[in-house]
Design a binder for this molecule. Structure first.
Ligand SMILES: [Fe+2]
Length: 318
């Protein structure tokens, strides 16, 4: 369907990393999953020596580097740890044999990988609808390394995201967002309020509703915010880039409304579900935001602030 000339044309046009003929699909950002072509696999950085060097450059702040060793099933939670963790460098060096998933975060801030990925963030941002752009707080790029034939468990993310395959192959199963029979309020409240990253429950009877994407290097897929997905890796090591955007409507409103509901439920109350009453959501978001700021101020006063809070972030130029 796509030829080399198309990608070269994308490289030389204003749309540098995304294939020009797929640009219009970005009008669907955060409304439904879609596939697209990209040329990120042409960067020569996606090899194990460069990725090991990258992992060593990323600060050891909490959450900046994650990895899982051992077999995962689709219904296992995102946060499950099937086996005791090997050291990170050992996991990456032997990714072909360790049956592992490695996630390297904040790669857009890296001096080597960062410049190209910041271009990618800016390009994707510029292709998205105006309403989405106005909602964006920040963007982030992650790199995933997956062992051959490994699964990535069923889960959803609060961030709308883009998975760009650069090495190896994988099959991606993705659902649309907003279906409360698929992702009920309880799962969202567990994620946003209780901080349970494994709150998504795989529903085998809904597997047939998934859209299926067979990714090779140069293929990408978009996951709308809270749209569930799971991944079956191919028979070789996979390297992919994940582009996330944090949204004001999700991270400063919906998430906070669920967090307040979670607290209220502990007092035996049955609050209005987020999304059902805009005024209620605004009040809850305001309460939670104020409480967070007060908590952070106390930590700062006690000298216990998180050093990662001062780490640079990609923010759109408006
Ligand atoms: Fe995800």
């Amino acid at each position: 369907m796509y030829c080399e000339a198309d990608i070269l044309q994308a490289d030389s046009s204003q749309s540098r990393w995304i294939a020009q003929q797929d640009s219009s699909r970005f009008g669907l950002v955060n409304s439904k999953p879609f596939g697209f072509r990209h040329s990120l696999d042409r960067l020569s950085l996606f090899n194990l020596p460069d990725l090991i060097a990258l992992a060593k450059r990323i600060p050891d702040h909490q959450g900046f580097k994650g990895w899982q060793n051992g077999t995962i099933a689709v219904e296992d939670g995102w946060a499950s740890k099937p086996e005791a963790q090997l050291p990170l460098m050992e996991t990456i060096e032997n990714i072909a044999e360790t049956n592992s998933l490695v996630v390297l975060k904040h790669v857009e801030q890296d001096p080597v990988f960062g410049p190209a990925l910041q271009e990618l963030l800016a390009e994707m941002f510029s292709l998205a609808p105006q309403s989405f752009q106005e909602d964006v707080i920040l963007g982030e790029c992650l790199i995933f390394l997956n062992s051959p034939n490994r699964k990535t468990a069923y889960h959803f993310d609060l961030e709308p995201s883009f998975l760009l395959q650069v090495e190896g192959e994988k099959t991606v199963f993705a659902w649309e967002n907003g279906d409360r029979s698929l992702v009920p309020h309880e799962e969202l409240e567990g994620y946003c309020g209780a901080g349970n990253l494994s709150s998504a429950v795989y529903k085998p009877d809904r597997q047939q509703d998934a859209q299926v994407y067979e990714l090779k290097p140069g293929d990408g897929v978009h996951f709308p915010s809270t749209g569930p997905h799971w991944v079956q890796n191919g028979d070789s090591v996979s390297i992919s880039v994940n582009v996330n955007f944090d949204l004001r409507s999700m991270h400063k409103r919906l998430k906070y409304a669920y967090a307040v509901n979670h607290k209220l439920r502990k007092f035996g109350l049955s609050p209005v579900q987020p999304g059902e009453n805009a005024l209620s959501d605004s009040i809850k978001a305001g309460i939670w935001s104020s409480a967070r700021k007060a908590k952070q101020a106390v930590k700062l006063a006690l000298g216990r602030s998180n050093p990662a809070q001062n780490y640079p972030q990609w923010q759109p130029r408006r």
